[in-house]
Design a protein around this ligand. Structure first.
Ligand code: GUN
Ligand code: FE
Length: 492
């Protein structure tokens, strides 16, 4: 609010804007290119030129604006373990890699985990959290839903760092009180202590950002096996006791071993989703990570409750968890966004996750589980997620997951400016291999392609976007804004 952004690239080539809009990748509604209409728009808002920031993209460098990415599932403390998973599957990986790194975020002076002050976070923890927020911003992530650890000071420190760096974020203190399933060195004392600790993070975050403009708490039972029934029930009640109710996030049906374990631990429940439903944890403000092995009935229940799914294909392939049936889930009416699931996922980049989502969808026809779920053995290709689909999930899909579809994830009139400026780079002349100065408006340009995206000048707009989707990375992210504020500028 108070910030208005002028989008000359999209304006003066309205064909581009239309094409993108029709594909559902990008919305675009403002016509402010000529000065008169821009001025009349300003006065219709009661603004003057000094109330607004005008940002421009450079056609010669093949720049364009894109909605900021939304990472609907990421574990900030696991960032140091990125790319480290060996051959382990989920449950081994948690014990071998994940719990040890998360435990290191505990306050050294407070083994009982009673502190709240972010200053009691170990320095290495602050360094990791600082890095993960800046790194995800540099990859164009303007909004993230974070799992922290069981520790209150470190969870509060993560919230403070997101606030400081200007990233929109949901911050969850992880609840895990099942002593049989959690290591003795990393577990809540009991359900009650877990509630109290969680409330201290909620209070801190509400004080930090009373209107929840940027930062919001999120109730975070790790997953069913980590939690007692008392803890799951209590956390459902805790979330519902706020007005509006608090957000909730957890994991569901990530691996078949985990599904079997949940059936053993919760014999009274009819399904994994039913465990959460019985505890009132399936709400319209609940983000469920993975859902790789959900049944059709569970998908229906999730849709009825209005809960959302975070699809984390880089993690699912890395840990060998399975192939999530995303097209099928979308067809069942479930809302889906993308998640890096760092460090089950090896990369902090949602663009990388978008690629993996497309790849998984192209292979899923060969999965016996998918054939059984759908009742088909032959497929017509509609199960594949194309570049438009995965970029949609990365933006508008994620926005729907965090219930902000009206506000972020696109450039519709009146939306909040959570955006990234993407630079693909100058075009190479196809015969000489030199930079084509004719396209550079006579200006000296030192570099040609940016990163791995290499344009030859004959690409359509859709082809440029595809090249970016498959080969782009943080080198192409020139600037990032959240809530109209510049929060990242690429080093030149
Ligand atoms: N299930 C329970 N905890 C975790 C976690 O940290 N990462 C993933 N990917 N799955 C989980
Ligand atoms: Fe996860």
């Amino acid at each position: 609010r108070g910030t208005f952004v002028h989008l000359p690239l999209l304006n003066d080539t309205s064909a581009k804007a239309e094409i993108v809009r029709n594909q559902g990748v990008l919305g675009y509604d403002w016509q402010v290119n000529d000065d008169a209409s821009f001025q009349s728009f300003l006065s219709s808002q009661g603004w003057t030129t000094s109330d607004v920031t005008v940002v421009e993209s450079n056609d010669d460098r093949n720049e364009f604006f894109f909605p900021g990415f939304i990472d609907t599932h990421i574990h900030a403390p696991q960032y140091p373990n990125e790319g480290l998973f060996g051959s382990s599957g989920l449950l081994d990986w948690l014990n071998e890699y994940t719990f040890p790194v998360e435990a290191s975020f505990g306050s050294k002076s407070d083994p009982e985990n009673k502190d709240s002050d972010p200053k009691d976070t170990p320095p290495e923890g602050v360094r990791v959290y600082n890095e993960v927020v800046q790194k995800t911003l540099a990859h164009g992530t303007t909004c993230a839903s974070y799992f922290a650890t069981i520790h209150v000071p470190a969870t509060n420190a993560l919230a403070a760092l997101c606030h400081k760096h200007g990233q929109r974020a949901f911050i969850g203190r992880v609840c895990m009180d099942n002593k049989e399933q959690c290591p003795s060195y990393y577990v809540d004392q009991d359900a009650e202590q877990g509630f109290n600790a969680t409330i201290r993070t909620i209070d801190y975050i509400h004080t930090l950002d009373p209107n929840g403009t940027l930062i919001n708490p999120i109730v975070t039972p790790r997953f069913a096996p980590s939690c007692s029934n008392e803890s799951l029930d209590g956390l459902g009640k805790l979330a519902a006791s706020y007005e509006p109710p608090l957000w909730i996030q957890t994991h569901i049906a990530e691996t078949t071993d985990e599904v079997d374990l949940v059936q053993q631990l919760f014999p009274e429940s009819t399904s994994y989703a039913d465990v959460y439903d019985k505890a009132n944890l399936l709400t319209n403000r609940t983000i469920l990570a993975h859902g790789v092995h959900l049944t059709k009935d569970e998908m229906s229940l999730i849709r009825e409750r209005g809960s959302k799914v975070a699809h984390c294909p880089a993690s699912n392939s890395g840990l060998g968890s399975g192939l999530a049936p995303i097209r099928y889930m979308l067809d069942q009416g479930v809302t889906v966004g993308l998640g890096t699931d760092v460090a089950g996922g090896y990369s902090p980049s949602i663009l990388e996750v978008a690629r993996q989502a497309s790849l998984v969808s192209r292979l899923i026809q060969f999965s016996a589980e998918y054939q059984q779920l759908t009742g088909n053995t032959t497929f017509d290709g509609s199960e594949k997620l194309l570049y438009q689909d995965v970029l949609y999930l990365a933006t508008r899909g994620g926005a729907a997951v965090v219930d902000m579809a009206e506000d972020i994830g696109g450039f519709d009139k009146g939306m909040i400016w959570d955006a990234q400026l993407i630079e693909l780079g100058a075009v190479q002349n196809s015969t000489t291999g030199q930079l084509d100065v004719a396209t550079l408006a006579g200006r000296a340009v030192e570099t040609g392609p940016v990163g791995n995206v290499d344009l030859f000048g004959n690409e359509t707009w859709q082809e440029q976007i595809q090249k970016w989707m498959w080969n782009g990375d943080d080198r192409n992210v020139k600037s990032v804004w959240v809530q109209g504020k510049l929060v990242h500028t690429r080093d030149e």
